[in-house]
Design a protein around this ligand. Structure first.
Ligand code: NOJ
Length: 675
């Protein structure tokens, strides 16, 4: 009898314990059960862990916020309720690197409330995909937390061990325009995201964020040898964020891959963004473009008025004719508007965004382009003089719409204020700038304008919701090869960028330089072979893809055929191999034909790569047009050596690639009609 009583007591105690366990420690798994997220209210402090196949990726890590002039929102919580759901659906990108995106996750929303004091509420949502984790905070509308200021976000990522990290420094004058460093995690003083990690266990992780609205972007710093702590980019007054409830933060994301190239086709960031907010998207169209641009970077012409002025009516007409002849949809014109004379980097307040220089007949040219089925791509360089720009944006966008100018490149070079901030003292990556860029995107959408933003805040997948936000720069572009005193972008730059910056979204890198040795700029050159320039069109995804060299360098060059053929809107993307900073091979299928394209690039090492052609359709023979490095090609001594060959190929075949030092290969596969 006594034993039975004891057993009953034990049973009740164990039930209570498991209940308590259930309330405080909540676990969800990814749909394939490999990843596991464990949330724990550790003495009232919210924490989380992430495991893969039972092994920790992220050890118990902190969550919560410090607020300005109020108690922190990081402890003292009880769990009031939770909601779980599973989603398994597909959606279509109106343009993209992949047409159909699979969205499959398990979610838990946790409803927390402080157990004492002002009993403020905070909800946390976790979404676990097979390919990673996203979580975000929600501040519900409530009496004791209405309008407030965040002084610190306490979220951190505690890795199981010290790890290797690829990163660029934050809070530097050139924004995101730095060469990536590989270092131990402990050496990260403050880094932008996406930040890529290789763990001791050989896993590849990318830390980033999704759906960045009305909140500062975050950077990361090593707060210990294995801890990456989140740091919100502040306002000039050091406040991190102004919040009014109800409010949800952007998603904090960890993408997980067993092979580095699997990060490339991980669409978690897009999935965490909201569905499209533009009702009629029929006017949104990816395109390749040419433009009056490289000639200024190589000092052949000037943005400023005068004898060497680049954006003249006559030259723009030649570009429009060239674009029409070779099937480009846009012509970018930089230096068309008043304000470039003198030191434009410092005198951005002199820019007018509606007044052209007298030798640029904007009305005539916009009409001339339209008649040829082309759009001018307008350009607004603000030089970070954001107040001047804000005053004129509405008028300027309206003017472009009236003229039928459908694309706009904006720029925010801002080197005038200490640290390279915008001229009003705000960072390009704080809440102020995030709000500004969003105003620009929404205004552009109202005026049917597609945007390409240079010097913008990083991409967090907003293109899903606002697909008129086509491309961004957000890293060192091609232009660094024309003038940067450090010798330009080295051969390992793009093989690194593919696994870092490019994981965030499209980049307007402006590839396609054929005149690699830049005769007008002694001492500068483009550090690739010609074949590698072609491969960039497949490797670097952007729905606005420039052929950046001068028309005269393309005319008559057989390599130009690849740029004419390659599309910039894809049905499918397959990442075939890769090693961060060394090499990568990607195949993509055209969205508007059955053609496939392949790009492969290497760093300064020559490489022989062997691939299966199993991305091609079965029972189909393809004509393979290959643009490979010549036998004697070498990015330093013989960059122009190119071998163009034709062959037939089928899915069961093997592809052998021979990449020269600093080289690459570009291939087009065209199905041969069955007889
Ligand atoms: C920097 C941009 O990245 C570049 O493309 C542009 O030509 C210059 N600013 C001038 O606006």
């Amino acid at each position: 009898m006594k034993i039975q009583l004891l057993l009953r007591v034990l049973l009740i105690v164990s039930m209570l314990f498991s209940c308590k366990q259930e309330w405080n420690e909540i676990a969800i798994s990814s749909p394939d059960s490999k990843l596991q997220l464990i949330f724990d209210l550790n003495n009232g402090k919210p924490t989380y862990k992430l495991n893969l196949n039972g092994k920790p990726i992220v050890l118990e890590s902190q969550m919560g916020f410090r607020l300005q002039g109020r108690p922190a929102l990081d402890s003292n919580f009880i769990l009031l309720d939770r909601k779980v759901r599973s989603i398994n659906e597909s959606w279509e990108q109106i343009w993209g690197e992949e047409k159909i995106i699979h969205n499959n996750y398990n979610e838990v929303i946790l409803y927390l409330k402080e157990s004492t004091g002002s009993e403020r509420s905070l909800n946390i949502t976790f979404r676990l995909y097979n390919s990673g984790l996203g979580f975000r905070y929600e501040f519900p509308e409530q009496e004791n937390l209405n309008e407030f200021q965040i002084s610190e976000e306490l979220t951190n990522f505690t890795l199981a061990n010290e790890a290797d990290v690829w990163w660029i420094p934050a809070y530097q004058p050139e924004r995101y325009e730095y060469l990536y460093k590989k270092s131990k995690l402990s050496e990260v003083d403050t880094a932008h995201t996406p930040l890529t990690v290789e763990t001791k266990d050989g896993l590849f992780l990318s830390f980033h964020e999704a759906a960045l609205y009305d909140f500062p972007s975050y950077t990361l710093y090593a707060s210990d040898t294995n801890i990456l702590a989140l740091d919100l980019v502040p306002w000039s007054n050091r406040i991190k964020a102004y919040v009014k409830t109800p409010f949800v933060t952007p998603w904090r994301t960890i993408q997980v891959a067993e092979e580095p190239q699997d990060l490339i086709t991980n669409y978690l960031i897009l999935n965490l963004n909201d569905t499209c907010r533009i009702a009629d998207t029929s006017w949104i169209e990816p395109t390749k473009y040419v433009g009056i641009w490289w000639e200024m970077h190589i000092d052949k012409y000037t943005w400023a008025s005068g004898k060497k002025h680049g954006a003249t009516t006559e030259r723009t007409k030649q570009y429009i004719d060239f674009a029409a002849k070779y099937g480009f949809g846009g012509v970018l014109i930089e230096g068309w508007n008043i304000g470039w004379d003198g030191d434009w980097i410092k005198n951005g307040e002199l820019f007018s965004f509606t007044e052209p220089y007298p030798d640029f007949d904007i009305e005539y040219l916009a009409k001339y382009a339209k008649e040829k089925g082309i759009s001018l791509i307008g350009h607004h360089e603000t030089s970070g003089q954001i107040d001047n720009y804000e005053k004129q944006m509405e008028e300027a966008y309206k003017m472009y719409e009236n003229l039928g100018i459908r694309y706009l490149k904006t720029g925010y070079v801002g080197a005038g204020y200490p640290g390279g901030r915008l001229f009003n003292g705000e960072w390009h990556h704080g809440q102020y700038a995030v709000r500004h860029f969003q105003r620009s995107v929404e205004l552009a959408a109202r005026h049917h304008i597609m945007l390409n933003i240079h010097e913008s805040v990083k991409d967090c997948g907003l293109r899903r919701t606002w697909p008129n936000l086509m491309s961004r720069e957000g890293a060192r572009g091609m232009e660094y090869n024309a003038w940067s005193p450090d010798g330009g972008n080295p051969p390992d730059y793009i093989p690194t960028l593919v696994f870092t910056r490019l994981l965030a979204g499209p980049m307007d890198y402006t590839p396609g330089i054929f005149d690699l040795e830049i005769p007008t700029k002694p001492g500068n050159r483009v550090n690739t072979t010609l074949a590698k320039q072609l491969a960039y069109y497949v490797i670097i995804y952007s729905p606005l893809q420039m052929a950046a060299d001068l028309p005269e360098n393309y005319e008559g060059n057989p390599a130009f055929q690849f740029i004419r053929d390659v599309p910039c809107d894809w049905e499918k993307t397959v990442a075939l191999n890769g090693k961060i900073g060394n090499y990568v091979t990607i195949a993509r299928k055209d969205r508007n034909s059955d053609n496939w394209y392949l790009g492969s690039i290497t760093d300064e090492e020559a490489r022989n790569l062997k691939l299966r052609a199993d991305f091609l359709e079965a029972r189909t023979k393809y004509l393979m047009n290959a643009y490979a490095d010549g036998e004697d090609a070498d990015w330093i001594s013989n960059p122009l050596s190119l071998k163009i060959t034709q062959d037939t190929i089928e899915r069961a075949d093997t592809i052998y690639l021979k990449l020269a030092p600093g080289g690459g290969t570009a291939i087009q596969f065209v199905p041969i009609p069955k007889k």
